[in-house]
Ligand binder design. Structure first.
Ligand code: MG
Length: 248
């Protein structure tokens, strides 16, 4: 069942979203060669708590950190630790916060220069596919209109769309119905309605879309070890169109 949110609930989710947006801005400047991923995670936790919010991922199904940091062939759910970021890395940050019981969830991929033109293009296309998918999140469309558009943008560029992980509804829980695949035919699934809040998050690979989970039980990597990128926004469907809650 898809839980519709009232305007008051969406206002709270926007506040959660603004904390997430500010956190990503804060972290973006700190993703630099030589920085330990564990340090970024500690800074993220402090930042969230200073805002009066709680980390959304810490302890979620046992996840051991505040944010996910996934580098290069890592797609999602990378665990921050002793690894240091290096020039040429593609660093995906996935962050979430809880504000007055409501969740917001967003992700960006940051190229640590100098990266290859192909890696930069992968990042740009992943962001573009998210943006074009979000543009389909309007009243009257069907859910998979989003999925289909995301896939079109990614595959037109020659990249792979991850199947094993998908976007999701979000609200008082981090993951609610509906699941939002980043692939498939348009015109299927539920009709989009006012009050739906969705996390739209394409995960894109430079090669095959097949996924493997590392022995830490969390980190998802491309099976062929090709580079991967990930962007995500939490968005609300309103009578006046889609509004991105995790953006200033
Ligand atoms: Mg998400």
């Amino acid at each position: 069942m898809i839980i519709l949110k009232s305007p008051d609930e969406i206002a709270l989710m926007r506040q959660a979203g603004q904390i997430v947006a500010k956190l990503l801005d804060f972290l973006k400047d700190r993703v630099q060669s030589g920085v330990k991923t564990k340090t970024l995670d500690q800074q993220a936790e402090e930042f969230i708590r200073q805002q009066g919010a709680q980390p959304a991922f810490l302890g979620y199904r046992g996840f051991p950190a505040t944010i996910c940091i996934s580098i290069n062939e890592e797609i999602v759910h990378g665990i921050p630790g002793e690894r240091r970021i290096q020039a040429g890395d593609l660093v995906s940050l996935d962050v979430g916060a809880i504000w007055h019981g409501y969740y917001a969830d967003a992700a960006i991929t940051i190229p640590v220069e100098p990266v290859s033109p192909a890696a930069r293009y992968l990042t740009e296309i992943t962001q573009k596919s998210m943006e074009e998918g979000i543009a389909k999140a309007i009243v009257g469309n069907r859910l998979t209109d989003i999925s289909h558009r995301v896939q079109q943008v990614i595959e037109a560029a020659g990249f792979g769309v991850v199947r094993d992980f998908v976007g999701h509804g979000i609200g008082k829980d981090l993951h609610e119905a509906p699941a939002i695949p980043n692939f498939g035919p348009a015109g299927m699934g539920p009709r989009l309605k006012e009050g739906m809040v969705l996390a739209i998050e394409p995960m894109v690979t430079m090669g095959s879309y097949e996924v493997e989970i590392l022995s830490d039980g969390w980190t998802a990597v491309t099976k062929d070890r090709s580079l991967s990128a990930h962007f995500e926004h939490t968005v609300a469907i309103t009578p006046n169109g889609v509004t991105i809650l995790t953006q200033h």
